[in-house]
Design a protein around this ligand. Sequence first.
Ligand code: F6R
Length: 241
Amino acid sequence: MNFYKAKDYQDMSRKAAAIVSAQIILKPDCVLGLATGSSPVGLYERLVEQYRSGDLDFSQITSVNLDEYKGLGPDHEQSYRKFMDSHLFDHVNIDKARTFVPDGLEEDSEKECARYDSIVEKTGGVDLQLLGLGNNGHIGFNEPGDSFAYGTHCVELTKSTIEANKRFFASEDEVPKFAYTMGIGNIMHARKILLIVSGKAKAQALKDALQGPVTPQLPASILQLHQNVFVVADEEAAQLL
Ligand code: F6R
């Protein structure tokens, strides 16, 4: 595991963006596994800046996102498709036909999960998977539980995730209760993984993920078993390590 300590959120975003842009420069037709939430916003801003200054070209990139709320369509302000469009895809020269996010409007979970797994497989595999860390140690929406789920699946979000994500919605009641997420198997198949973590609310989860036992009770702990992980954490997040 490669660990980089950053001073603060901005520094974390710059360091993480350098890793993603190196990936794009080294393999212009790479497959990026992408995440949403607060953690990657600064990183995406930097990628957009580098695109605008002519240093990055997204024209051959394929992307697969980790997750999507079940029940939210692409036009919903809080859907992860909308997030990706407004923070990255609308500002760079990526071919949107090659950007994939689970379809939150598909009601048949089994069908959607099988469809998404086959999309991920057809890309030839993720070269660099970006991950944020949930306060409860989740990655994607793989919530703490009794076992690691392998492929894309539909999850019931935990109280703590709904609590953490309600800041984006008018009220807690509006936070969807279910989501589609890539599984731990999908994530672990990525050739490289980049985990970005900021803020003191994540400090315990980060310590448990990197230094605790590997257990489905702390889903990110599985990353200890991956051969090629880069962690960029700011001082507040890294304070218990
Ligand atoms: C988002 C995702 C989640 C977030 C995590 C941290 O696509 O998969 O696992 O990365 O909940 O969220 P933030 O960055 O908002 O603290």
